[in-house]
Write a protein that binds this ligand. Structure first.
Ligand code: B12
Ligand code: SF4
Length: 445
């Protein structure tokens, strides 16, 4: 299917001199201090690319792993942004291209969250999901009438219109650490039924859970040449029947995967494990027996857990934070990720803290969830910053993050070996990490 598409595109390029050269860029962002740096293949850009008409020829640059060629030939530049902490770099890139006379269009999550400021650096700003909309945008460009804003917020396209992501655009060797290929990103649904306090997803994708048709999910899945995935759906725990169908369909692929929350139900957890659940990101927000048991239930099904822990909510005192960290050490988490409350625009948290005049830093580069940008209620901003550092140091005091990750990795390798799906390291890339030269320790096999 993918090959057919590539052939059609190739034929069009050969016979049709009227094709357009589109340079798609994913701006660099600064990784969190103290965290093991991994560059995963970006997802938004390749899903977006699938929505472009066939006569658009795309070249893709992920600035996290390679430099941008500002002077190469192209007709239009597209900047795909996901994080707030990426948006300012996006603007800088756009300014450079516009100085060279190129037209620049922005799209993606943080474009939607920072639309007004982004307009000052763009010829066009696209807001919303791209499927079924890019024919119009490209026709406008060809006709010299590109609009300043394409606003499709709140008007989601038919979910079946999402095509298999254009993963052929990746330079694969760039997403490889010492011969080990990084997970591929994949999504089976959009939207989220919930509307949590610090989260912008309800603004971005609407509060309606929108599962992709199962045959499309399977088509996308089948096109991925990687046995390890990160299923980026906001939360899989949205509809029990759908979740079970998804796991049933996924099982024969024998992939191993990471995801956000899975339904707290023994049958569903069992099916998830059989479908290859490797580990989940699970919010740990209090020290209750429910959380302890929740983690245990994942473990009972052989699913590991990375606890995601948010610090600095109004109801947390210093003692509460310390108690939470102590609690984490007793519940057998496989990994933990700490973030500080960050008032991302278009969240309830942002509205409240703005109204109360408690946000003191509006530099979006600092909105990485590791830097305090507001006045917490029960402590100073400086104290919350210290507690954040304390949380990372304390949790990884006895065993480093790298070592804990290695244990999870070994586990997946064992399972793959049992199932006959294990692929050894790529020896050609053994001295490379994300495209850069590295030396390997003798103990690494
Ligand atoms: C994958 C992911 C990651 C990956 C990214 C891997 C990578 N290589 O890019 C990782 C794990 C690294 C990550 C990290 C973080 N993430 Co994150 N992540 C996501 C996640 C789950 C999925 C993104 C995705 O693929 N969406 C699906 C794609 C298809 O949608 P899309 O990008 O919107 O693309 C569509 C349109 O926007 C459009 N489009 C896209 N590009 C373009 C370009 C053009 C030109 C046009 C016209 C259109 C267009 O077309 C697409 C198809 O319709 C989102 C939540 C979510 N479900 O979206 C959070 C999310 C983006 N992350 C978030 C956060 C907070 C973080 C962190 C800061 C904190 C944390 N610990 O989670 C860290 C980064 C810390 C740091 N500085 O290191 C927030 C964003 C907050 C913000 N404003 O910055 C989100 C929204 C989660 C949330 N619930 O709040 N994340
Ligand atoms: S935090 Fe997760 S569950 Fe809550 S609204 Fe955001 S995406 Fe949905």
């Amino acid at each position: 299917m993918l090959h057919e598409r590539i052939n059609i595109v190739y034929l069009r390029l050969v016979v049709n001199e009227n094709f357009m050269k589109f340079k798609l860029i994913y701006p660099k962002w600064v990784k969190l201090k103290g965290q093991t740096t991994f560059n995963l293949p970006p997802h938004g850009p390749v899903v977006f690319a699938a929505a472009l008409p066939d006569d658009v020829h795309i070249s893709f640059t992920d600035e996290n792993v390679e430099d941008i060629d500002f002077d190469g030939e192209c007709d239009m530049v597209g900047i795909s942004t996901m994080l707030s902490t990426q948006i300012r770099r996006g603007w800088e890139i756009a300014d450079e291209f516009r100085k060279r006379g190129k037209q620049v269009i922005f799209g993606g999550i943080s474009t939607m969250l920072h639309a007004e400021e982004t307009m000052q650096h763009a010829d066009s700003v696209f807001l919303g999901e791209a499927e079924g909309r890019m024919e119009e945008v490209m026709a406008d460009w060809r006709g010299g009438r590109l609009k300043k804003v394409y606003n499709f917020m709140g008007k989601q396209p038919a979910i079946g219109a999402i095509g298999p992501a254009r993963r052929d655009l990746y330079k694969r060797e760039m997403y490889n650490h010492k011969g080990v290929q990084m997970v591929d990103l994949f999504h089976a649904s959009r939207g989220c039924r919930f509307s949590c306090y610090p989260c912008a997803v309800s603004y971005l994708g609407g509060r309606i859970f929108r599962p992709r048709p199962m045959d499309k999910v399977i088509e996308d899945l089948a096109s991925i040449d990687n046995n390890r995935l990160f299923i980026v759906d906001n939360s899989l725990a949205q509809n029990r029947e759908w979740e079970m169908e998804l796991f049933r369909e996924m099982r024969p692929f024998k992939k191993k995967w990471i995801s956000h929350t899975i339904e707290d139900d023994p049958k569903v957890l069992d099916m998830a494990a059989q479908a290859g659940a490797w580990y989940v990101y699970q919010a740990v927000y209090d020290t209750s027996d429910y959380i302890r048991e929740r983690i245990k239930r994942y473990h009972d099904h052989g699913i590991a857990v990375e606890g995601t822990v948010l610090l600095g909510l109004d109801n947390q005192s210093e003692d509460d934070v310390k108690r939470l960290i102590d609690f984490l050490l007793t519940i057998d988490l496989d990994l933990a990720e700490f973030t500080v409350m960050t008032p991302f625009p278009h969240t309830k948290a942002y509205d409240d803290l703005m109204r109360q005049g408690r946000i003191f830093d509006f530099d979006w580069n600092h909105y990485n969830a590791g830097q305090v940008v507001f006045h917490p209620k029960q402590m100073s901003a400086g104290r919350l910053q210290e507690l954040y550092e304390y949380a990372w140091d304390t949790f990884y005091r006895d065993e480093t993050q790298e070592s804990k990750m290695m244990r999870l990795f070994t586990r997946v390798v064992m399972r793959e070996m049992e199932e006959g799906t294990y692929r050894p390291r790529d020896r050609r890339l053994i001295n490379k990490s994300f495209g850069k030269d590295v030396t390997r320790a003798v103990s690494e096999n």
